[in-house]
Write a protein that binds this ligand. Sequence first.
Ligand SMILES: [Zn+2]
Length: 71
Amino acid sequence: MKKRIYKVVVCRNCGHIQITYAEASYRCFKCGKIVTIDSDIVMLKTFDPLKAREKLISLWSAKQIEFKKLK
Ligand SMILES: [Zn+2]
């Protein structure tokens, strides 16, 4: 069985952060755009889905802090 590589990716169009295991491109959950996967949008690559989730949560909370500062 082939192991999936989980990637934490940031949408180029709207900045939404999510996890994908697609290889070449994925569809953003938030804006619906097809985003090509390359090294500038990949924050983390891992075989461990828990690690991917942890990174995702830490990026989300960092983003919320930024958002609060802007207000
Ligand atoms: Zn998006």
